[in-house]
Design a protein around this ligand. Structure first.
Ligand code: ADP
Ligand code: MG
Ligand code: MG
Length: 495
């Protein structure tokens, strides 16, 4: 395929002002070249399959007999270099912040006091936290694997990196995003964009996440003990896990995959609080499940979570780190003066973290909450209303905010927080989805940055930024991730 093809635009496609998009890095004439796009589509799909960028199908979510490629954008999306670097540079600060919050019982108690009165899921997690707090954890080994997500706001003309949230439990796509750079590089080369292909960065979160898991396993200190991935019933995203698993096996660390039911059925603690499941000693529990109410099918699942939390196995995350990732904590951290209490001698760290905060507002009972509610009702399009939930598709936008807020009493209101709506620049890209022809969409991107840290007692033994993830979705969808079928895997093309 030659570069000449770019110069034969098809008139069939209706393009609206594409050329005026300053940040569109992929040439307009290429995006219009239907014949080339069809070729690239085939090449992309094969390349995704060959690099293992896979997901199981909706039809057979627990079988590897028939699988498909994960949703993917045909082209990488532009991300300003300076903001990309900012996101990477702040990652180790966020690791430390989350770790400090997890060790601050008074802060967690206060921050979540109103939430746990109305949100039964957070209350159940908090109940486990309180029980575990009763027990000594002096030399506990802590492993944090998180993903801080950002959008680039350009509402007032200037571009600014703004944090959407930080995920401290089950942050996904570190595995598949370790493979996607190869695919975009290949597509760009075929499209005769050699120079652009060189701009696709290497990325290997799988190795970095596994490094943290391996260090925790080693600190636990028992050769025969295993790393247990605690997984969901439906495992469409298993290949994402497998990349991390395989890194551990390559280090001769055994990995098992178990569900809450398996832990309930066969798990126990010995007199030294060592955790055993199906007869195997567990060094590390890596939660890839347990972040949504529906993950806990019965009281037994909650009992299993408590048992794992009480054990001396390393939990990733432990219950306090899980709670440190709630949206209510995010909102409380954005209050004036709060970051300073965690970094009293580090004004520069505070500045760097705070620079990424969007406006976050409490809806707790009282004057401040009333004021914030009135502000949301007056201009609902400027805000996002967020409950204490994970996994995408839970937030409320626009007029719906008014309907929801007006239907709640002031107690119920406190299960939500309010956040400024980030307005990223939109660009055109083609979507590659299983079973659908490629489709040109106007879309926005969300950048995730993976952090990994290990601490034993007071000693921090690892604190790293271990990679990134770009997810892109159509502007039609306000919410929802890759797993929810809305967003697609992508790569940043630094500009
Ligand atoms: P979850 O834990 O369910 O992923 P998020 O806070 O990440 O919750 O919200 C889900 C999605 O909603 C995000 O991926 C993003 O697309 C959108 N979103 C969340 N907060 C904002 C915001 N402040 N401005 C614009 N979009 C947002
Ligand atoms: Mg989340
Ligand atoms: Mg999210």
């Amino acid at each position: 395929m030659s570069g000449k093809k770019h110069k034969q635009p098809s008139n069939d496609l209706h393009f609206i002002g594409l050329m005026s998009m300053a940040s569109q890095r992929i040439p307009d004439e290429l995006l219009r070249n239907e014949e080339l796009i069809k070729d690239l589509e085939k090449i992309a799909k094969d390349s995704l399959l060959m690099h293992g960028v896979l997901m199981r199908t909706k039809e057979s979510p627990n079988s590897s007999e028939v699988v498909s490629y994960a949703p993917f954008t045909l082209f990488p999306s532009p991300v300003p270099t300076i903001l990309f670097s900012q996101a990477l540079n702040v990652a180790t600060h966020f690791n430390r912040l989350i770790d400090k919050v997890s060790q601050s019982p008074c802060f967690l108690e206060e921050a979540l006091a109103s939430t746990i009165k109305v949100d039964s899921f957070t209350a159940k997690l908090f109940n486990i936290y309180r029980q575990v707090q009763q027990e000594p954890q002096d030399m506990a080994i802590v492993l944090g694997l998180n993903r801080s997500d950002y959008m680039i706001d350009h509402a007032d003309g200037k571009e600014a990196l703004k944090q959407i949230e930080i995920n401290t439990i089950a942050a996904s796509f570190g595995g598949l995003s370790s493979q996607t750079p190869n695919v975009h590089r290949h597509i760009l080369k075929v499209a005769d964009l050699m120079e652009e292909s060189k701009l696709i960065l290497d990325n290997n979160p799988a190795a970095g996440l596994a490094k943290g898991l391996a260090m925790a396993w080693e600190l636990y200190g028992s050769e025969r003990a295993v790393v247990m991935f605690l997984v969901e019933e439906v495992q469409r995203n298993i290949y994402d896990h497998r990349f991390v698993e395989n890194e551990l096996w390559a280090r001769n660390i055994r990995v098992i995959r178990r569900k809450f039911e398996d832990v309930s059925r066969s798990g126990y603690l010995d007199q030294n609080k060592r955790l055993f499941v199906d007869g195997q000693e567990i060094a590390v529990v890596y939660f890839r499940n347990g972040y949504m109410p529906q993950n806990y099918k019965s009281e037994q699942s909650w009992e299993a979570r408590l048992m794992m939390e009480r054990s001396c196995a390393v939990k990733c995350p432990d219950i306090s780190t899980h709670l440190a990732g709630t949206k209510k904590v995010q909102q409380e951290l954005a209050r004036p003066g709060v970051l300073e209490t965690f970094f009293p001698d580090e004004p520069e760290t505070v500045i760097q973290i705070r620079a990424t905060f969007a406006g976050l507002y409490t809806l707790d009972m009282g004057e401040e909450g009333d004021r914030n509610m009135a502000m949301a009702l007056a201009k609902p399009d400027q805000y996002v209303l967020k409950p204490q939930r994970e996994g995408g598709g839970n937030n409320i936008y626009g007029e719906e905010i008014c309907r929801v807020l007006e239907s709640l009493n002031s107690t119920e209101r406190t299960s939500y927080i309010l956040m400024d709506k980030i307005q990223p620049r939109s660009i055109y890209n083609y979507f590659c989805r299983n079973g659908e022809p490629v489709e040109l969409k106007l879309c926005i991107s969300e950048l995730g940055v993976f952090g990994a840290y290990v601490r034993r007692g007071k000693e921090v033994l690892m604190n790293e930024c271990v990679g990134h993830l770009l997810r892109t979705k159509s502007v039609e969808h306000a919410d929802g991730g890759v797993a929810a079928g809305v967003a697609l895997l992508d790569n940043p093309l630094l500009i």
